[in-house]
Design a protein around this ligand. Structure first.
Ligand code: BV8
Length: 250
């Protein structure tokens, strides 16, 4: 069935029992964080083969860290938008609400959402793939680039911390995928917001909700390759469309 394409709707989140918000970079655009594709997109300026894959990190970890410190610097001063706050209000009113996000900026958590499944990891976490150590902190820039647990090794031989981000070619974290699939399978309304729907496997996750007869709503000013799978496509910004959908929440 072709979707209803509109700028207004009488659908309201308060009328659903279990809602999943499925978010991408457009969700945080109004916070001042650049998206990845399209005009001004990060991948226009930075080739992801040089900055966002394991091979690039193995080749030149300091160059990859320079890019991630640039991104920490971009995100660090940004505050959640009105849209993020409305989604947090939805979880407060309806605790079954889950956010499944491709974003690594942490803004849903700052806004107050507790149930956030980060498909592509987190910008504020690092891990050591040699000893398994993890560290979370909003240092910007992150300067102690080597894991301190390897005191037996000379400084120049110690392993680098690695951003805990799912780069191209990395498998997604199994428990995060499982928790996301579980939430999406059980929801009766899925609202996809601000994603170009071109990165897999994330792009196909909303289809799981469709199989289970949930109502699928897409919020994006532009059409996406997945638009036809949605019941309703709201052609507007995240903030404006969420303001409408979240009307009447307690
Ligand atoms: C994997 C890290 C197993 C985070 C990122 C099947 C088919 C084809 C290819 C593949 C496939 N399966 C796997 C692949 C390969 C690859 C892939 O998908 N490639 C594509 C690009 C062809 N996938 C992987 O490698 C994944 N791993 O599958 O492992 C495997 C491995 C090897 C081989 C087989 C299997 C891992 C993918 C993870 C990539 N990580 N980055 C970070 O650095 O921040 S990608 C990057 O894209 C971000 O993570 C981002 O989250 C993600 C999606 O982007 P979007 O969020 O959609 O953002 P985008 O800029 O594209 O779009 C913004 C949208 O917002 C636009 O539509 C715009 O109109 C809209 N918008 C703008 N303003 C607003 C707005 N909307 C609302 N309001 C506004 N105000």
């Amino acid at each position: 069935m072709t979707p209803l394409v509109a700028t207004t709707t009488s659908l309201r989140v308060k009328d659903a029992r279990r809602v999943v918000f499925f978010t991408g970079a457009g969700m945080s655009a109004a916070a001042g964080i650049p998206t990845f594709r399209g005009k001004g997109g990060i991948w226009k300026e930075y080739d992801y083969g040089s900055y966002a894959c394991q091979q690039a990190f193995n080749r030149d970890p300091e160059k990859v860290w320079e890019f991630h410190n640039y991104r920490r610097g971009l995100v660090e001063p940004c505050q959640p938008t009105q849209g993020h706050r409305l989604i947090a209000r939805c979880e407060a009113a309806q605790p079954s609400t889950v956010v499944v996000t491709q974003n690594i900026d942490g803004l849903h958590q700052v806004a107050g959402n507790a149930k956030v499944r980060e498909l592509h990891g987190g910008l504020w976490r690092v891990r050591c793939d040699v000893c398994g150590a993890k560290h979370t902190g909003r240092e910007s820039p992150f300067v102690e680039l080597r894991c301190p647990r390897h005191e037996d090794l000379p400084e120049w031989k110690r392993p680098y911390w690695r951003p805990d981000i799912v780069w191209f070619g990395d498998a997604l974290n199994r428990s995060v995928i499982e928790a996301s699939v579980e939430a999406i399978s059980r929801c009766d309304m899925l609202i996809s917001i601000g994603t170009s729907a071109v990165v897999y496997p994330a792009a196909e996750l909303p289809l799981i909700a469709k199989r289970n007869k949930a109502l699928l709503v897409e919020i994006n000013p532009e059409e996406t390759p997945m638009s036809n799978a949605f019941d309703v496509c709201l052609r507007g910004t995240a903030d404006a469309m969420l303001e409408m959908l979240c009307e009447g929440l307690e």
